[in-house]
Design a protein around this ligand. Structure first.
Ligand SMILES: [Mn+2]
Length: 263
């Protein structure tokens, strides 16, 4: 049976600006709190996924996101945690993905798989509900301007691959034409959600290779020393959770497109 969270493909959120969208947090509750203090008062926070792992306080980050009513999408790191909480155990994803997260819940990541998997019930129901609710894609509308929020964005290669993919036939069947003009690329996002889930979560595509789908895509997943606004995409992962001396958490204010970076 397909787990519930896999079915949460695209969620729509229609808001009045300003709104802040942040990149990967990776357990850095200190940076998240600094960012929340740096935002103009009352501005809602939206995240690009990868709230957990690497940094010391994944538990605290999930709780803070709940406390401030943040919305967002799932990252690849949330995938393993969802699987673990569904009782599938962490072995499918390996210890390395979750060690710091486990530690933040008081679970020794070096314990046996059996012990780790038996300890999953220490994760509060609210954190489970948050993880379970995260869609793969957020169809975000700010002051009537639409954006996509997607953890890994939309890589040029994933869409190029569609041209030579037999599954494109299925898309053509659903939409009437196999080769859409570029302005219709935005219609491929629902297709990608169904047929290329892993591309949207895992594929490392830097800003320069993100596809122009006719509206701005906000994404994280690829840490860089600085955020990028290339018009068709905004890259927001500035290395929170990495051991860089200048590791930072960055958000962009919409519709203004001004970056706020804390380190
Ligand atoms: Mn990440």
């Amino acid at each position: 049976m397909t787990p519930d969270y896999v079915n949460r493909g695209i969620a729509r959120l229609d808001v009045c600006g300003p709104v802040a969208v942040c990149g990967d947090v990776h357990g850095r509750l200190d940076l998240l709190d600094r960012l929340l203090r740096a935002l103009p008062p009352g501005v809602p926070l939206i995240h690009c996924g990868d709230l957990i792992d690497r940094g010391p306080d994944s538990n605290g980050v999930l709780q803070r996101m709940i406390d401030v009513g943040a919305r967002g999408v799932r990252g690849n790191h949330e995938e393993w945690m969802s699987e673990w909480l569904l009782g599938k155990g962490i072995d499918a994803f390996g210890h390395m993905l979750g060690r710091e997260t486990l530690q933040s819940y008081g679970i020794d990541g070096r314990a046996s798989l059996q012990e780790i998997n038996a300890a999953a019930d220490v994760v509060p129901a609210g954190h489970r509900a948050l993880l379970d609710s995260l869609p793969l894609v957020l169809d975000l509308v700010v002051d009537e301007v639409p954006y996509w929020v997607i953890h890994a964005g939309i890589g040029v290669n994933s869409v190029r691959a569609m041209h030579i993919d037999r599954e494109l036939d299925a898309f053509a069947g659903e939409h009437g034409s196999a080769l859409l003009p570029p302005t219709d690329l935005t219609r491929w996002v629902p297709w990608l959600v169904t047929h290329r889930r892993d591309e949207l979560l895992w594929t490392k595509t830097p800003a320069a290779s993100q596809l122009d789908v006719g509206r701005t895509v906000l994404f994280g997943h690829v840490p860089d020393r600085r955020p990028w606004d290339l018009g068709h995409c905004i890259a927001l992962d500035t290395g929170a959770g990495k051991s860089w001396a200048d590791a930072a958490l960055t958000a962009v204010l919409l519709p203004e497109r001004r970056f706020i970076r804390v380190s």
